[in-house]
Design a protein around this ligand. Structure first.
Ligand code: ADP
Ligand code: ZN
Ligand code: MG
Length: 476
């Protein structure tokens, strides 16, 4: 049987989280606004107006280019891409074609057991178009989205499976948030990805005819759309049919792909240099000022967490999933200075539960990294027991007070004094002759019940290990 492999390239559109649009002063994010309330003569294509480039768009593009190891161009310029559609009031989209802001680059994608090297073809800046919809028995247009800044980033056809497509988008989303370049919310269209899919006999290097999947608005859906398209192409080829260069439309409700149109060719757009805009000249000084605070990136940090702190890959993935959480871990680790894995457990179990419950980011917690380290140190030193330690997290979060202060004021220090525990244990043994009898006649599991009673009597403060020891001795 012939073995096939998939060949996939992604074209992503990234909506930048700038304050204003790319060529005018309108708000960039009009999510949820009534139609046509966030427009001006520039972005709605009135005659006689001139676009002015938003510097912040260039800066975010440079950050992303750097993160993708792409080569930032000193000079780039804008082109007009001409086509007619009701959502495009000017009759052309301002984009970059011949000389984009960045060329080349790559992302090394960690997969299970191997790394996929995904080359980037190019990155360019462009404006978004509006939206059309139907209503009141008519076709309606909403120009709010016209002029919203986008970066289009195109990969080489280096991906080999639907899983790799999903992994790439998860990493890209993480990176965009890390760099504060985009909210990268696929459901809101901040991150849109079209997948180009072809197949070939495994081992071959030729590129066969491809199809392009559009209109998918979640990573999971794109994974299944790509999977389905690969299966369909294999079936066609095995039946002796040829693959045609279709554009395929994803239907979320039925989870199916259908043919949208045959693909246009390049010449249809009559690209030419936009005479209204200057060359974007990125001199060394500007570039340096953009990159001055360039952070360590998530994948590099993930590797470092594994090599430097000896964390399992699983922990490293979670702890670097988001920049704020990852910074929190680093700071807490510095303050704690003991086993990073122990700290990681506290973070992944208890701190993350708190974050979810309160819908907060790590940087907004009142339990600072230093306070977390203080709590774990108190547990390590047996000053408080584990369950008191965990409840301290919530108490610090509510009050903003230091863990030590709370322990003192509320008298939460663990009772590790054998005398005090013995006294409580002896009372409980005396008051429960029935259970003592049962225990002595072989029901060992009752020890748990006795320990529980001592913990209750001590209002949770007894050292549970010590309580067990004392009880075992008394019940012998
Ligand atoms: P087009 O001219 O049809 O738009 P491009 O060469 O611009 O095609 O490539 C668009 C995207 O499709 C890129 O991400 C590229 O990597 C990918 N691609 C190109 N050829 C193939 C192929 N044979 N199979 C899968 N993806 C491909
Ligand atoms: Zn405007
Ligand atoms: Mg193309």
């Amino acid at each position: 049987m012939i073995e096939y492999e998939a060949v996939i390239g992604l074209e992503t559109h990234i909506q930048l989280n700038t304050t204003t649009k790319i060529f005018c002063g309108c708000k960039a994010d009009s999510w949820g606004d009534p139609p046509n309330t966030n427009i001006c003569p520039v972005c709605s294509g009135m005659p006689g107006v001139l676009p002015v480039l938003n510097k912040a768009v260039v800066e975010k593009a440079v950050l992303l280019a750097k993160a993708m190891n792409a080569e930032v161009q000193t000079d780039s310029y804008f082109d007009r891409k001409n086509y007619f559609y009701p959502d495009l009031p000017k009759g052309y989209q301002i984009t970059q074609n011949d000389q984009p802001i960045a060329i080349g680059g790559f992302m090394d994608l960690p997969m299970e057991g191997y790394t996929r090297h995904v080359r980037i073809h190019k990155l360019h800046m462009e404006e978004d178009a509006g939206k059309t919809k139907t209503g009141y028995g008519r076709r309606l247009v909403d120009f709010n989205r016209c002029g919203v800044p986008l970066i289009e980033m195109v990969t080489e056809p280096d991906l080999r499976s639907a899983d790799e497509v999903a992994a790439y988008l998860i990493r890209l989303r993480q990176l965009l948030r890390w760099l504060d370049v985009s909210e990268a919310d696929m459901e809101k269209g901040h991150l849109r990805a079209d997948a180009n899919v072809s197949i070939r006999v495994k081992g071959e290097t030729i590129l066969n005819e491809k199809t392009e999947i559009k209109n998918v608005n979640s990573i999971e859906s794109l994974r299944s759309a790509v999977e389905k398209e690969i299966k369909r192409q294999i079936k066609e080829v095995e039946a002796g049919n040829t693959i045609e260069a279709w554009t395929l439309d994803w239907d979320e409700d039925t989870q199916t792909l259908s043919k949208m149109r045959s693909k246009e060719t390049m010449a249809d757009y009559r690209y030419f240099k936009d005479p209204d805009l200057l060359v974007v000249h990125l001199d060394e000084a500007w570039k340096a000022s953009i990159l001055v605070d360039f952070p360590e990136l998530p994948l590099a940090r993930r590797e470092r967490f594994i090599s430097e702190y000896e964390l399992p890959e699983y922990d490293a993935d979670i702890l670097t999933s988001e920049r704020s959480l990852s910074d929190y871990f680093e700071q807490a680790n510095k303050a704690y200075g003991e086993d990073p894995k122990r700290l990681s457990n506290w973070l992944m179990n208890d701190v993350m539960r708190l974050l979810n419950e309160l819908d907060l980011e790590a940087r907004d917690l009142k339990v600072t990294p230093e306070y977390l380290a203080e709590i774990i140190k108190m547990v390590d030193a047996n000053t408080v027991n584990t369950s008191t330690g965990k409840s301290l997290l919530e108490k610090v979060q509510q009050s903003g007070k230091s863990p030590k202060e709370i322990v003192e004021v509320e008298g939460l220090a663990q009772v590790s004094d054998t005398g005090a525990i013995r006294e409580i244990a002896a009372r409980i043994v005396a008051e429960n002759p029935d259970n003592v009898e049962k225990y002595r006649s072989g029901k060992d599991s009752l020890i748990g019940w006795f320990v529980g009673q001592v913990m209750r009597e001590s209002r949770g403060k007894a050292d549970p290990n010590l309580a067990r020891e004392v009880l075992e001795e008394l019940l012998k």
